[in-house]
Design a protein around this ligand. Structure first.
Ligand code: SF4
Ligand code: SF4
Length: 112
């Protein structure tokens, strides 16, 4: 077993921080989305404004999570990189993690 699993699998903070909107015709399962306007849709979120958690996120934030529609997730989710996943920090990843009391990732977070 990998002693250092992918950090996102024990996080999920970005899915509980940012509202995700995308071009309406992206093939995202409709029951997880709502219309924003004539051109854009967004992921449905839990109604709590303090915790705008995407309804497609399963599991327990900060412990073990998984996107229920991972293969069909919208473009902003595909494009969002965890800090140092590609060698560069991502302040939005750090910001989301801080919101849930999680420390920012470092290059060492990715050492197998
Ligand atoms: S906040 Fe960063 S580490 Fe957490 S799930 Fe999102 S990209 Fe991964
Ligand atoms: S669709 Fe999946 S990856 Fe995107 S915000 Fe929702 S749970 Fe996170």
């Amino acid at each position: 077993m990998n002693p250092n699993p992918h950090p996102c699998l024990t996080c999920g903070a970005c899915c509980g921080t940012f509202r995700v909107s995308f071009y309406w015709a992206e093939p995202v399962p409709e029951e997880y989305t709502e219309k924003l306007n004539d051109f854009r849709a967004c992921m449905k979120h839990e109604p709590d404004p303090e915790r705008p958690r995407c309804i497609a996120l399963g599991g327990v934030m900060g412990e073990a999570v998984a996107c229920k529609i991972y293969e069909s997730r919208p473009t902003p989710c595909r494009d969002f990189t965890a800090s140092f996943e590609n060698g560069e920090p991502n302040p939005r990843c750090d910001q989301a993690r801080a919101r849930y009391g999680l420390p920012p990732l470092t290059p060492q977070s990715w050492n197998a």
